[in-house]
Design a protein around this ligand. Sequence first.
Ligand SMILES: C[S@@+](CC[C@H](N)C(=O)[O-])C[C@H]1O[C@@H](n2cnc3c(N)ncnc32)[C@H](O)[C@@H]1O
Length: 267
Amino acid sequence: MPMPEDSRQMRLWQVRRHWDALAKMDPFFAVLTDPGKEGNKWAISEFFVTGVAEVARDVERLEALAPGFAREHALDFGCGAGRLTQALGLHFARTTGIDISGHMVELAGAHCTLPQVAFVQNTRPDLRMFADGSFSLVYSRITLQHIAPRYTRRYLREFVRVLAPGGLLSVQIPERVPAGDPPDRLRFSLWPPTMVMRINRYIRYHYPGWFPGTPKMQMYALSRDEVLQSLAEAGAEVLSVDQSEHGNVDNLVYIARKVRAGASLPY
Ligand SMILES: C[S@@+](CC[C@H](N)C(=O)[O-])C[C@H]1O[C@@H](n2cnc3c(N)ncnc32)[C@H](O)[C@@H]1O
């Protein structure tokens, strides 16, 4: 059953504006919100090392499910500062990271010296910049959880389209938004003291797209049934649904293989 849509879901131009603002303020913490790292406290080397370890575990899992899988060209969707893109570059002949935020793409490029790794900005709700069958792997972590379901459904079909036959997909999508997000303290309450201040705070929190100066990460989920259906329709067979190392039990990693071409999207 598709989840009900919410008219407050951010549109892509709002998502871009918010991630650009986050990238200017505290980019590494915006990507990995580890306690104690807020306020530009990530040591850059420590930040990138997390990606090397994470990708090594993920590639090992792919190898277990699809031994000898092709390692020609990987796509990292929602690459941010390139934490995982650079790490993928150690396992693939070529890796491309794409991100909606131009500031994130610039930052990723500035911190990468690997010639086989490239970064590009994509602000569109599709991947038309890539031809069918371009990649051996489409990979995405802690990104689709920030994108409204109406876009994620479309991206899932695009991920399969840009995979070569037999290519693999490994993407993380929460099944449910964790309780307490948005934090309870930010729901409507009797504080601050005046009604005007309360309404102002409520509107700022719930309609973040209207206030670019106060960036906010929105959180979204897609049901397991819907993801499985979208992947099947797009022409992929699901090899496993694992629990993600990011977040709680409701956060899933779908690993799938392209088995046929799905119906193409009207651009
Ligand atoms: C939490 S960061 C994760 C970065 C990276 N995957 C990592 O784990 O290090 C989420 C990234 O997704 C990007 N993003 C959000 N919506 C996007 C979209 N529609 N297309 C591409 N990138 C997007 C944001 O700009 C941000 O850089």
